[in-house]
Design a protein around this ligand. Structure first.
Ligand SMILES: Nc1nc2c(ncn2[C@@H]2O[C@H](COP(=O)(O)OP(=O)(O)OP(=O)(O)O)[C@@H](O)[C@H]2O)c(=O)[nH]1
Ligand SMILES: [Mg+2]
Length: 429
């Protein structure tokens, strides 16, 4: 495939002495590249607080205007979310288009969204971002995506593409419309979730920073324990490859079953509009019995990425779900793998022994409430024997005069359900 030319941009950031500043600027550069643009110059100003009118101080903005001309760029990407008037003022002085961090992330999401739900969620977040920012180029840029049809191609980045801006009322009407459509989709998803909960299968969710390898781990587990092989999820070396939640059932050789979900990755300062819009997509993590935080062990910024993930989880209200941490991509480091220390694993999604260790750890965490008991099921109740064979770990079967005797390891709920056939009391193991 032919490479599309990348739009050159200048990135700017305010250094108020925060420890994470360098990381934030690196992340911004990665986001810029993920949006098919390239950074030609990075400019920072040491200031404790942003200038309320122009973000940078007045003198620095004048300087910026000159650099824009020197570098021959027409876009400046800002490391923070700006107020509508900051965008307007900066645009006036620099004569460049200003894109703030939020607008940038929204644009990447818009380019990546595939499913109807993801497209609507992104559209909703964009409309909410646009609403207070009418009459800025930031809004015009997004117009073509939120305008009609939703999520159409976003390819023409040149000049002269701006459409008439929607009025506030039109935007508000679109927000209502998208909200309505999302509500219908969400209801269907909630019903599915309820149905699964009724099946009482434990659920495990992969979470973590974008590009850490969540989907790759999901595929490795699905290949081994999934119901059908072709249900692989999309993996790619780019930010935000996954925007939709996928849920797959895993069945282990001992008949223990669980659900595994893969979802959208995180990045620092994930726009609140997006977090809100993706709330239902992220509900899978909130409702999980176990979270697997996936970390790119080879990335020098992994600590900051973990903080980002943990902060985002708190933001979406996920506070007390048990979590294990998978330090992935160990094959790119000098560390020996796979290894485990408590709830932390060091491994590689591309290594079979690693997947074994991960499987073992997940099973230990998720199936701790299983019990072992012996049942005597009358021959007339063959359906119970069939159920146990399909849904529990049958350790032994014997045919006696009055029925089938089964020693079984099973879920507590199933134990309660067939209590009437129990001949020896349960033991926890
Ligand atoms: N070398 C190596 N590469 C890996 C490993 N795991 C994943 N990758 C690669 O890392 C890239 C990102 O993997 P994904 O599985 O798409 O990452 P993700 O966490 O799902 O990313 P998002 O969906 O964007 O949040 C892909 O190019 C994978 O092939 C690993 O253990 N070792
Ligand atoms: Mg993914």
């Amino acid at each position: 495939m032919e490479e599309t030319p990348r739009t050159p941009v200048i990135t700017i950031g305010l250094n108020s002495g925060q420890a994470t500043f360098d990381y934030a600027m690196t992340e911004l550069k990665n986001l810029v590249e993920a949006n098919n643009m390239t950074v030609v110059e990075e400019i920072q100003q040491a200031l404790t607080k942003p200038n309320p009118g122009t973000y940078f101080g007045t003198g620095k903005v004048e300087e910026l205007a000159a650099i824009v001309i020197d570098d021959g760029v027409d876009t400046i990407v800002v490391n923070d979310e700006l107020s509508p008037s900051q965008i307007r003022n900066l645009e006036k002085v620099t004569k460049a288009r200003i894109m703030d961090r939020t607008g940038l992330i929204l644009e990447i999401f818009a380019n990546r969204a595939q499913s109807r739900e993801a497209k609507l969620q992104v559209q909703l977040a964009m409309l909410q971002y646009q609403l207070p920012r009418l009459h800025t180029s930031a809004s015009q840029r997004l117009d073509q995506q939120t305008g009609s049809g939703g999520g159409g191609g976003f390819t023409n980045r040149g000049a002269g593409e701006s459409q008439t801006e929607m009025s506030r009322r039109t935007i508000q009407r679109s927000i209502n419309h998208v909200n309505h459509e999302l509500k219908e989709i969400n209801q269907a998803a909630a019903t599915q979730r309820q149905q699964r909960e009724r099946n009482q299968l434990p659920s495990v969710a992969l979470v973590g920073y974008t590009n850490a390898g969540k989907s790759t781990l999901m595929n490795a587990l699905v290949r081994q324990f999934g119901m059908n092989e072709e249900k692989q999820v999309f993996v790619k070396n780019m930010l935000f490859a996954t925007l939709d939640t996928s849920v797959r059932q895993l069945t282990f050789p001992d008949q223990k079953k669980m659900l595994l979900s893969d979802t959208v990755g995180f990045v620092s300062q994930l726009p609140t509009q997006l977090v809100k819009a993706f709330r239902s997509t992220l509900a899978e993590a909130a409702n999980a019995d176990l979270l697997i935080q996936v970390v790119d062990y080879a990335d020098p910024n992994k600590e900051a990425m973990m903080n980002t993930t943990e902060q985002t989880l708190r933001d979406i209200g996920v506070t007390d779900v048990p979590m294990i941490t998978v330090f992935n991509k160990a094959d790119l480091t000098e560390t020996n793998f796979p290894s485990r220390a408590g709830d932390a694993l060091i491994l590689s999604a591309k290594d079979a022994d690693s997947i074994d260790l991960l499987t073992q750890t997940i099973k230990e965490k998720v199936f701790h409430n299983y019990v072992t008991a012996t049942f005597l099921v009358p021959f007339a109740n063959g359906e119970v024997v069939a159920y146990l064979n399909d849904n529990a770990n049958v350790l032994s079967t014997a045919y006696e005069e009055t029925g089938t005797a089964l020693k079984v390891e099973l879920q507590q709920a199933d134990f309660a359900r067939f209590k009437q056939y129990v001949v020896t009391p349960s033991t926890n193991d």
